[in-house]
Write a new protein. Sequence first.
Length: 424
Amino acid sequence: MAKPIAIMLPNLDRIIRGLLYLYVFSFPFERLLFIERNGFIILLVLLTLWCLVNRQHFFVRTPVDLPLLVLVAWVGISLPFATFPPYSFHEFAKLLQQGLIFYVVVYFFRDTRDRGRMIALMIGSLAAVSLYGIWQFEAKPWLGQMVPGGRPYYLIESFLSSEVGLTTYLVTVIPVSAAVTAYAPLRWQRALAGGTTVVAILCQGLTFSRAGLLALLTEVAVFAFLLRKKTVTILAAGLCFLLIAVAVSMVLIDRNRSIPFIPGPAKFTAYNLEARFKVWRLGFEKLAKHPLVGIGFGKDNFFIATRTDPIYLEAEKADAETVPTPAGLHNTFLDMAVGAGVPAGLAYIWLMWTIGRAGLEHFCREKDHLLRIWDLTLVVLVVGVFVRNCFDHMWIGTMALLFWVIVGLSIQPTPSSAKDISSS
């Protein structure tokens, strides 16, 4: 009975992949987020139909199954103990969505041509976002705000909703274009990816995000270490030196006179870092009181649960004339641990470590340069995103979905599951 139905729907796999192309394309474009929201519902319907037609599921075994399962399971266990269960259940649904997208990409994008099309789409989007961000830097003072001294407050967000979103997007996708630059088989492909990487790095610099710059420098160092080519090492060292030298020069110049295009005076002080230390201290105090199941899963839950807390109010009062306490924890590990308990925080670290280790082990074994693109991407991606999220919690929303799409494209299924995919 299944075969006639399958014959009637011969293009169902292709339709699912086509929807995923559109779905992923919408991630960096704020005005296209309705595609991400509605596309996921359509995707669920198509996946259900696919399972009924083929009488099988699309979940395959990968090296990250166990830590991902532990993370999801423990967050689920913590939900009944949340300060605001409805909010935490809503955030938990997003975590399940991320896991589902990961396994869908792993199954439906094992063919080299399909992965090649997705990588081309990502590099094209990266080029568009970066070029518009660079143009925006000179064209638009952010919301017309002014900082002390009467100079405009410049802040670029390109097509995304914020500067934080832009810098996280760049940290996430630059490893893809950099890996293609290193291993693409054709010269024009390497040149196009290389040009996009340079433009994206310039855009990252113009965000003046110090966490983004640190993540970028880390990615450059890991990239050079894995390739171990003299030319790449020299270029990577030169880039790191240039970025650091420019940053130090601006700090020294700003001490004597203001630089007109810098987005706010706090960029050259420890103001933001001091604010993070304050809220991290409060986070660890909460963690000590609720170490097992936390206070509720979700990025905004810390502020929602502690805004009337005497500890938070005292800190806010003490900071009235100095550095204010941020509303969020600004650290993904701490957010996970405070929200769902220490086991959830440790599961997050275990998951990131497992993803990076899987990519590194396969990179060391793989001899095919075309396949090495994915392993190099995976290792550089995980390191950069982890460093970036030490100073913000951006492992959420479309940025988390984009992360899982790239991991799904790059990760190698276990041998038995890979055979099952090819045979189907």
